[in-house]
Design a protein around this ligand. Structure first.
Ligand SMILES: [Zn+2]
Length: 573
């Protein structure tokens, strides 16, 4: 079952509804930000209104985009124009974490978005391949995989005979250039109109740093696991980065054990114990972190796969803001910083979303975000707009789902299992690439082979639907599939293969019996948090469905930069 509709609301409570008054916004201009003449601030109503369960379940994302653009889901913005825009992405933060662990969050961390900012309880990744790279591109640049060509974290390139990475760089040039990104990125759009604005990105993961604002960033920093250092786009790291890397060694010596940050309720303790029992044989322990608290952290590799890596990335963000003087641009233009925190994703793949380890990693992310907010407000002042979202959710361990009475399982997805006859050249979930050496120049045989592979896949347990390129070209597929499938332009090599496999909810692609994953158009993988907080943003809580694709148009609107060519035209405010 492909999730083409938005999920049912899972929250009751305060809902901000259609404002009775016209919105007000800042507009950038040649002389910096100024209010448009004749506009006066209209604080929006955010009084509690009950929402009937299921009320918005049939509303589709595009209708919401339409709705937003006309009635404005937005709050009025008041106060000073921003000096800095910060996009914070928590990798693999499922939307329900903020609710589930709300009471354990600290007041100055993620709760600011949920309780003091503009927060959307029903944000949904509206593409099918819910993975890190397409998710970051959607949040940062507002474009789907079909538009950006970033169809996964990697994909098979038949002309090269191997997989390529979405984060592959093109060396040279003053600003970051990426090999596979098609079209316009957020950084390119900003620089086209405001060349003095600095766009700086950082993350533990290369794709987390490079893909959020895309090509044309002024600076990008990420962890190179081979070099065991943070690196940048240029091959020559700045002295401050060299110094930062030195400090990691002493940080590692001080963090040899990962203890749980907080206590848990007796119900949580029972649930976590049950999860631990069910997942026991399915945790690979690749990094030596062990299977239970207190977890040893025996190496730098283990450190970087533990929640402590978020503390390091937070520290790197503070340092980068200081070194770049972000938020103090002499031109008066606002700067942009993006920070993608990876630890919950790494812990989530290993221990699963129902584990105490993920709760702890999430709470530590919360503390790291709180520290970053406090530090940047100290460095830059209050004129900062913050965005918080996630690139995707995650599916529970199938073993946990089955214990809850849900149909669930691990789908083995390899060439031999899919086509023992050798009709398949490569597999890169969810895509399958036919064997061109056998089929080239034989259209009839090729069509038969595709049909044979498709029919075989559809008989596999856990497979919901299989789409072919022909389905996509003929637009005989749901929108969420069409948005995920990049059709090559003349001279380009195909990226999405010949078939795309969609699993049923609670099933995962799994070549071994370890861990869990995401990457499907199911509510668990698609639903993410989305919040705005900071300068001029009024508190409001929204249950209407939105796509994180609206972040980029919203930020561009704030900066008075045209975004008319974006497929997701609606700015949130
Ligand atoms: Zn991710």
């Amino acid at each position: 079952m492909v999730n083409t509709q938005l999920p049912r609301p899972f929250l009751r409570g305060e809902v901000a509804r259609r404002p009775a008054t016209r919105r007000k916004s800042w507009r950038g201009g040649g002389e910096g930000f100024s209010r448009r003449a004749g506009e006066t601030p209209h604080p929006r109503s955010a009084r509690p209104l009950p929402l009937k369960r299921g009320e918005v379940s049939s509303v589709k994302v595009f209708l919401l985009a339409f709705w937003c653009s006309f009635v404005s889901c937005a709050t009025a913005l008041a106060g000073s124009p921003p000096k800095l825009i910060v996009i914070v992405v928590g990798d693999q933060i499922r939307a329900d974490y903020l609710e589930r662990y709300h009471d354990a969050l600290e007041p100055g961390g993620l709760r600011r978005f949920r309780d003091q900012g503009m927060y959307f309880t029903h944000a949904l990744m509206d593409h099918a391949v819910t993975k890190t790279s397409p998710g970051h591109v959607l949040i940062g640049s507002g474009v789907s995989p079909a538009q950006s060509g970033i169809v996964g974290n990697d994909w098979y390139d038949a002309s090269l005979g191997h997989a390529v990475s979405a984060a592959e760089l093109v060396p040279g040039g003053r600003r970051v250039q990426l090999r596979w990104f098609v079209g316009s990125s957020l950084a390119q759009r900003i620089h086209a109109s405001r060349p003095q604005s600095r766009v700086i990105s950082l993350s533990l993961k290369d794709r987390g740093a490079l893909l959020l604002t895309g090509p044309d960033q002024d600076g990008a920093y990420w962890w190179d696991s081979d070099k065991q250092d943070f690196v940048n786009y240029s091959s020559i790291p700045p002295p401050w980065l060299v110094q930062f890397n030195r400090q990691i060694r002493s940080f590692a010596r001080q963090h040899k054990k990962w203890n749980a940050l907080t206590g848990v309720t007796s119900k949580q303790a029972r649930d976590f114990a049950e999860t631990a029992k069910l997942t026991k044989g399915h945790i690979k322990d690749r990094w030596g972190l062990g299977r239970k608290f207190p977890h040893p952290v025996p190496s730098i590799k283990a450190l970087m796969n533990s929640p402590f890596s978020d503390d390091i990335v937070e520290q790197l963000a503070e340092t980068a803001v200081r070194e770049w003087h972000l938020g103090q641009n002499p031109s008066g233009d606002p700067d942009v910083l993006t920070v993608s925190f990876s630890a919950v994703d790494l812990v989530g793949h290993e221990y699963g979303p129902d584990s105490r380890e993920v709760m702890d990693a999430f709470l530590r992310l919360d503390r790291a975000v709180g520290k970053l907010i406090r530090s940047l407000e100290q460095q830059v002042g209050p004129d900062i707009i913050w965005v918080f979202s996630s690139d995707h959710g995650v599916t529970s361990f199938p073993e946990v789902s089955r214990a809850r009475g849900l149909p669930a399982g691990r789908v083995r997805f390899n060439k031999a299992a899919i086509s023992p006859e050798g009709l398949v050249e490569a597999v890169s979930p969810p895509f399958i690439y036919m064997n061109e050496a056998v089929l080239r120049g034989q259209p009839q045989k090729r069509a038969q082979a595709v049909a044979q592979v498709r029919d075989g896949l559809q008989r596999m347990e856990g497979v919901d639907k299989v789409y072919t390129v022909i389905d996509v070209e003929g637009r005989q597929a749901p929108r969420v599939i069409l948005r995920s499938f990049y059709l090559p332009k003349a001279g380009e090599v195909k990226r999405c293969g010949d078939l795309m496999v969609i699993l049923k909810p609670y099933y995962i692609f799994s070549e071994d019996d370890y861990g869990t994953t995401h990457g499907q158009p199911t509510p668990d993988d698609q639903r993410v948090p989305l919040g705005f907080y900071g300068s001029g943003i009024k508190r409001s809580l929204h249950e209407e469905p939105v796509s994180p694709a609206m972040v980029a148009p919203t930020l561009l609107k704030l900066l008075d930069i045209p975004a008319s060519d974006l497929a997701a035209p609606a700015a949130i405010f």
